[in-house]
Design a protein around this ligand. Structure first.
Ligand code: SAM
Length: 281
């Protein structure tokens, strides 16, 4: 019996599973982290394709079954626990391939990407992002994530790849596109899952960039501005940025951005200009 609260919607069609693995651009030497292996059908294909697989499962019964299945096989390590708390920073270079439980889609993407960036807490205040470091113990290590191949809700995939100008474009698009290069690869109709979920899914491939897409002087400031602007996405920038204090009009003039614009019309480069010209204390 699938557990709804753990986002259990299983895939079994071998052609879909192979297509997902084909999307991931894997090399025989790779280390792959699979989040939520469930009954392990994707895990089996991954195990045949790469040197090592770490499969993290939170459902104890599924974990036990998978651990027993792989007891004699050395290249699959089955881990019992919450993928949001796994210490990815301790791994050598790795790729993630996963059919993500819906309820952690955004938190897990931010969890993996946050440590690609020089600043911690840049996402604090974004809805659904768990606190990462324990009180008083900031962790400045970065992880060595190379790519993510994720099966996620179609609507979230569309937000990730969205370009400026539409309703899908927002903090998630900017964060992912700043650190990675996302591509929406194909749609999986909801009928392919058991039990059948409410919405269709999409497979998305995100290559992680060696360096962020654009240079910004102060990354923390950049994300603060992006967050603030989108927290009131219907408002003009001249209003939504008022909380920064000082002469907002003069600031926008320096950045050569019209105050009447709304945040979804700004490119990542425009937000970088806003961050780089920010002088109000
Ligand atoms: N990979 C399998 C497949 O494609 O059929 C299962 C995918 S199912 C959408 C998500 C899986 O993630 C379930 O097995 C669920 O128990 C597990 N899961 C849920 N929350 C988790 C968490 N926080 N950490 C690790 N696994 C989790």
């Amino acid at each position: 019996m699938a557990k709804k609260r753990l986002g259990q919607h299983f895939l079994s069609d071998p052609s879909i599973l192979k297509r997902i693995v084909g999307t991931a651009r894997l090399e025989p030497e790779d280390l792959v982290v699979e989040i939520g292996p469930g009954p392990g059908r994707l895990t089996r294909i991954l195990a045949g394709a790469v040197r090592r697989v770490i499969a993290i499962e939170l459902d104890e019964a599924l974990y036990r079954a998978l651990r027993d299945e792989y007891a004699q096989e050395e290249n699959v390590e089955v881990v019992y626990g919450d993928a949001l708390e796994y210490p990815y920073e301790d791994l050598p270079e790795f790729k993630v391939v996963a059919n993500i439980p819906y309820y952690i889609t955004t938190p897990i993407i931010f969890r993996l990407l946050e440590k690609k960036s020089a600043h911690l807490n840049m996402l604090k205040g974004v809805q659904g992002i768990p606190p990462l470091e324990k009180e008083g113990m900031p962790d400045f290590r970065t992880n060595r994530l190379k790519s993510m191949t994720l099966t996620i809700q179609k609507e979230v995939a569309e937000r990730i790849v969205a370009r400026p100008g539409g309703k899908d474009y927002g903090v998630l698009s900017i964060m992912v596109q700043y650190l990675g290069d996302p591509e929406l690869k194909f749609i999986i109709p909801k009928q392919a899952f058991r039990p059948v979920p409410k919405v269709d899914s999409a497979v998305i491939y995100i290559r992680i960039r060696e360096h962020p897409a654009v240079n910004v002087r102060d990354e923390e400031q950049f994300f603060r501005i992006v967050r603030t602007a989108f927290s009131q996405r219907r408002k003009m920038l001249s209003n939504s940025l008022k909380s920064f204090g000082g002469d907002v009009k003069e600031w926008l003039d320096r950045a050569e951005i019209e105050g009447v614009r709304r945040p979804e019309t700004l490119s990542i480069g425009d937000f970088v200009r806003l961050a780089d010209t920010f002088e109000i204390s």
